[in-house]
Design a protein around this ligand. Structure first.
Ligand code: FES
Length: 263
């Protein structure tokens, strides 16, 4: 596949969004994935040309982060968190069951090209463990059965709604959003939910509160006063030590030599 002129223009647009164009590399690689289905060699070359860096530098980034894929992806990316908490809460079991159900290994795609399965690291959703993601949308508190139901619906082309987040589209469409081209669905579906809010409710019951901004971020004047005080103290200490040195002048080389002879 060849990158279209439209995609190349969008890559240039992304580079123009940052004071340092090379800062745009991560979203540019997401856009390449959206257009090509993976980070292709051509995509790497084009990003390098636009940013004025080497293909090796782009390749180094594309192979460092696991969200960038060098092999063609399925229509949907299904991630099972097997990091510590999710693993003990059932993530390992879900992953094993899905591998068998889909007849794929880690980072492999089903024969029909619909689902790429991957075990993923902590998604900062531990309070909903074990979690699964579909195109990076959350499916909370999963079981092997609920996960199998989701992937079956995806393969059948049925509508699937994330438990926290938007209706599932496709991995490529999600990659375009990650590149910085909004699809207008950022507020679709539920966001914060029970487990994340439990701490807030307990704090409200017990009258606990977070420190105020004033406590955690003192006014600049207060910070300046503290620094000024510390600087004045440092000056005083330095002056005192200089006085001590002046009162105890170092021995001259002649005195040192004489002492040596006397010994
Ligand atoms: S361990 Fe799974 S989201 Fe944190």
């Amino acid at each position: 596949m060849t990158l279209s002129d439209v995609t190349k223009a969008e890559l240039v647009e992304l580079a123009g969004r940052y004071p340092q164009p090379r800062s745009a590399l991560l979203p540019m690689l997401h856009l390449v994935q959206s257009a090509e289905g993976s980070v292709t060699n051509e995509g790497i070359e084009v990003c390098a040309q636009i940013l004025g860096i080497s293909a090796a530098e782009v390749s180094g980034v594309a192979t460092f982060y696991t969200m960038y894929k060098r092999r063609p992806m399925g229509e949907h990316h299904v991630g099972i968190c097997t990091n510590t908490l999710c693993a003990v809460m059932g993530g390992d079991l879900i992953f094993e069951r899905l591998k068998g159900h889909l007849d794929v290994g880690n980072d492999e795609t089903t024969e029909d090209g619909k689902v790429t399965l991957e075990h993923i690291e902590c998604n900062a959703a531990c309070d909903f463990a074990p979690v699964m993601t579909v195109n990076w949308e959350f499916f909370d508190q999963q079981t092997p059965e609920s996960a199998i139901e989701v992937v079956d619906k995806l393969r059948a082309g049925e509508t699937v709604q994330a438990t926290r987040g938007a209706t599932i589209t496709s991995w490529r469409e999600a990659e375009r959003v990650l590149a910085g081209f909004e699809d207008g669905r950022a507020d679709e579906g539920p966001a914060a939910a029970g487990p994340s809010l439990a701490g807030l409710e307990i704090a409200a019951e017990r009258g606990w509160r977070a420190p105020s901004v004033d406590e955690t971020h003192p006014e600049p004047d207060a910070v300046a006063d503290t620094k000024k005080g510390a600087a004045e103290q440092a000056d005083t200490s330095r002056a005192e030590s200089e006085t001590v040195i002046e009162q105890s002048p170092a021995k001259t080389s002649e005195e040192t030599t004489k002492e040596g002879k006397d010994d």
